[in-house]
Design a protein around this ligand. Structure first.
Ligand SMILES: Nc1ncnc2c1ncn2[C@@H]1O[C@H](COP(=O)(O)OP(=O)(O)OP(=O)(O)O)[C@@H](O)[C@H]1O
Length: 286
């Protein structure tokens, strides 16, 4: 994996301006539990409004590297909104207004000198519904590399990405066939291959298995576990059993766009600090 975290084509002097020992004003004590040295993504008083709708109340959290962080909570609590802030996908929504900071490796991604395209090369995304391009399997993976002017061996990188997405053995003899002819689960793994081909550091996943059958879901869950050896994975899921199975950390948002609790997944599911979180994960509402 690349060591470069640069988000601009120009050298930047953007650095972490957190003073030594400075703490962030949080709504819950556990939110600061990720040490700064392990932090890849940090929200500092991050807010989002869509017009008059407050979708996220100030969010303060640090997400650790090479772990799976699950984002859970009832419908409409701001999970996707938070996820989409991380690689500036909300830029596409005219009504969205972002406040505070979202830092990737110490750089505020909403800083004026950040190139969103360079950012998305470091922070890739996989969506709920598999959305391969109407192109060959090979071109689905190679497309982004070609666009970014990749000067390495594209065949090699395509194979690596398909292996990384646990799809190579199933498709190696049909690379010229359309990605749309694969099964739903294979299509989603193709989208994961497409996301990892540019060698990102972080992969965002917005309910990546919710459109899949149980067998395909199990394959994607196994894959997420493997991906966390090399990547930081941040996944929105409606499925609490899935969050408990696959994640190391869990962030719980509740209605009103408030991040209510963050911590080790086992602890959150066995012994949540917040009564409303306990009610939510025991199915009393949501
Ligand atoms: N493009 C938009 N324009 C206006 N309001 C929006 C937009 N996108 C989301 N919202 C509102 O922002 C709030 C948070 O939505 P978001 O999709 O982030 O929640 P969610 O937790 O991901 O929901 P779900 O689990 O149903 O997918 C909701 O009130 C939603 O209606």
């Amino acid at each position: 994996m690349s060591d470069s975290h640069s988000l601009t084509d120009e050298p930047t002097d953007a650095t972490d301006d957190t003073a030594p020992g400075e703490t962030i004003d949080d709504t819950t004590p556990s939110i600061q539990e990720t040490p700064e040295r392990d932090t890849v993504i940090e929200a500092k008083d991050l807010t989002v409004h869509y017009g008059d709708v407050e979708a996220l109340k100030p969010v303060n959290v640090r997400l650790p590297e090479r772990k799976v962080t699950a984002i859970i909570g009832p419908s409409g609590c701001g999970k996707s909104t938070f996820l989409r802030c991380i690689n500036r996908m909300n830029d596409m929504v005219d009504a969205a207004r972002i406040g505070g900071e979202l830092r990737y490796r110490g750089t505020n991604v909403y800083g004026g000198d950040v190139d969103p395209v360079a950012l998305r090369r470091r922070i890739g995304m996989v969506f709920q519904k598999p959305n391969p391009f109407p192109k060959s399997i090979y071109d689905n993976v190679a497309y982004g590399l070609k666009i970014q002017g990749y000067d390495g061996d594209i065949d090699e990188r395509v194979e690596e990405a398909l292996r990384g997405a646990a799809l190579w053995d199933e498709v190696k003899d049909q690379l010229d066939e359309s990605g749309l002819d694969l099964s739903g689960g294979q299509q989603q793994r193709l989208c994961i291959a497409r996301a990892i081909a540019p060698d990102p550091e972080v992969i965002l996943m917005d309910e990546p298995a919710s459109a899949l059958d149980p067998v395909a879901t199990a394959k994607v869950e196994d894959l997420i576990d493997e991906l966390a050896e090399s990547y930081t994975v941040i996944i929105v899921t409606h499925n609490m059993q899935q969050a408990a199975r696959i994640s190391d950390k869990t962030a719980v948002f509740l209605t009103g766009g408030r991040l209510v609790e963050f911590g080790d997944t086992n602890r959150i599911f066995e012994n949540p600090e917040n009564q409303r979180v306990e009610d939510y994960i025991t199915g009393k509402f949501g």
